[in-house]
Design a protein around this ligand. Structure first.
Ligand SMILES: [Ca+2]
Length: 337
């Protein structure tokens, strides 16, 4: 059941974006965003590779066109109708992988994993909607001689939240860094302390709430989806909760938040072909009323986990009841190529 994520890299050889500008449930045609002849990949966890603020859309991926993995970026200033040229955010002799992006007003935040003799998480910021970028800074290095993979970033107000996994402590654990000043200064903590692998985290933020999901793999069970939240901008964290656990692997979770509504989706192998499953909360993650099995979106996304579909695939009705707020749109299958 345990799979090597690198073994599946070939499944995403070309990055293609489904534009978010279309009406919910009314998708425009696929747009091909890269055509450089080399592999262009989005990150493996549920981190966002696309972010939108006002009419700007920002996309990040990692690309092998330079003979090694570098972080690339491109943007649209007209809601995805047209796109500027590819731009690299990293260069040099260091392998840079697994990027994620968040945008808030004119600020764009990009994080990625990097190895310069020691694994760490790096960060670049743009204050002008991606036109120019400040120099990269290293936010964190491995707590040991381990690997730091799969960062995820969220921005809300002047706050920026970053999570990633680090095998430095001896097995993979989830770490967090938060900034209250748009990414200028950071502080954080380790979020998990378990003997089992804690992997592929995803973070979302709304108001003062910070939501983190990840994949936990107890030695005596299949992979599970675990959840942790902060109600005070990442300063303190409540005890974690298990959102999915059963006889089949639940992997690669992704979280999104809008107002007090929180969505979590993940890949689940309970069916032979696998599927994408969902749980929602209508009260900032305090309670999770939906069972995964009764609200599954079977086949919506196939076996490709990185797509962040809740804001696109589900209609928000404005009701305060989470059940009524989530209405599946036409269950088109969306693929990555
Ligand atoms: Ca662990």
């Amino acid at each position: 059941m345990k799979s090597n994520p690198l073994a599946s890299l070939a499944s995403l050889v070309t990055l293609i974006l489904i534009p978010a500008s279309g009406a919910l449930g009314n998708w425009g045609p696929d747009q091909r965003l890269t055509s450089d002849g080399s592999s262009s990949l989005t990150s493996w966890n549920g981190a966002w590779c696309v972010a939108a603020a006002d009419s700007a859309v920002h996309v990040v991926w990692y690309d092998f066109r330079d003979g090694q993995w570098e972080i690339y970026y491109k943007r649209s200033l007209d809601n995805g109708a047209s796109w500027e040229a590819d731009r690299h955010l990293t260069s040099g002799s260091i392998q840079s992988t697994f990027p994620a992006v968040a945008a808030r007003d004119s600020l764009v935040h990009v994080v990625w994993a990097e190895f310069d003799g020691r694994w760490g998480i790096s960060y670049r910021r743009s204050a002008d909607r991606g036109a120019t970028w400040e120099d990269a800074v290293r936010l964190a290095v491995s707590a040991g001689s381990g690997t730091t993979y799969y960062p995820s970033v969220a921005a809300e107000g002047s706050c920026v939240h970053v999570v990633w996994q680090d095998s430095g402590p001896g097995n993979d654990e989830i770490y967090y860094l938060g900034s209250l000043d748009n990414g200028s200064t950071w502080s954080g903590r380790r979020l998990t302390v378990t003997d089992d692998p804690s992997k592929v985290p995803s973070v979302a933020a709304s108001s003062t709430f910070v939501h983190v999901v990840w994949q936990e793999w107890p030695s005596s069970a299949c992979e599970e989806i675990h959840y942790l939240r902060s109600t005070d901008l990442g300063l303190t964290w409540v005890p974690e909760e298990t959102l999915a656990a059963g006889e089949s692997p639940a992997t690669n979770p992704s979280v999104a938040a809008d107002g007090s509504v929180v969505h979590v989706v993940w890949s689940d192998a309970r069916e032979t072909a696998g599927g994408i499953y969902w749980r929602g909360s209508g009260d900032d993650g305090a309670t999770w009323k939906m069972s995964a099995s009764s609200h599954r979106g079977r086949g919506l996304l196939g076996a490709v986990p990185p797509w962040r579909f809740p804001p696109l695939m589900w209609t928000l009705s404005g009701s305060t009841d989470a059940t009524a707020m989530l209405r599946p749109t036409t269950p088109d299958r969306r693929t990555a190529g």
